[in-house]
Design a protein. Sequence first.
Length: 230
Amino acid sequence: MKSKLFAAVAALMLAGPVLVAQSKPTVAVIPYTNSAIGKAHEELDPLSKGIADLMTGELAVNTGIRLVDRDQLNAALKEQDLAAGGRVDAATAAKIGKVLGARHMIVGTFVTDRSGNMVLTSRVINTETTEIEFTTSDKDKTDNFMALVTKVAHKLNAGMKLPEIPKQLGEARVQKAEKMPYQAVLLYSRAIAAEDAGNKSEAIDLYRQTLAKFPEHDGSQKAMARLGAK
């Protein structure tokens, strides 16, 4: 009898973390659509996946939510025969979200205006209702690109009514983002595109270049470790 009771308690203890993880709101960020035209479109195209990855990283500091990782998202997009960075409507986003077990799907566009500012327009789709539950459009100088992404991530977190990001942690993320040069963001975005395309050596080289520009970048550090690079 005691052994059965012990086994039951042990099973509950093991299941506990799983149940907690499942109870957390799940969010996925689809690659942003490049709305630039002409030469700028080609130059900015790597940012499509870059913005999504950076946004995911900023949201991930919130331990009260769960983020869908890039590999899972890429697989779901491929299954739906959608090119990364292509426009995704609310119904399609909701469909992908349900496959991924995500309640909130973030989609958006980016473009530079005539003043050289980067404009990010973001929408959150509720996968249960297929309705747009929050939208925001923000802009800043291209040199402040990472700070812009961080600001948008915090607005999205609030707009989705997710658990709050601790104030001290949020401020620290903003301060770090303000230090990251735009060139490092672009290199990191190109590295992601290369890695997703299966070009490991090119990706490693670009992650190294990113760290040369901004040694504190944790995304590049994790990528180098993931790829077994030094």
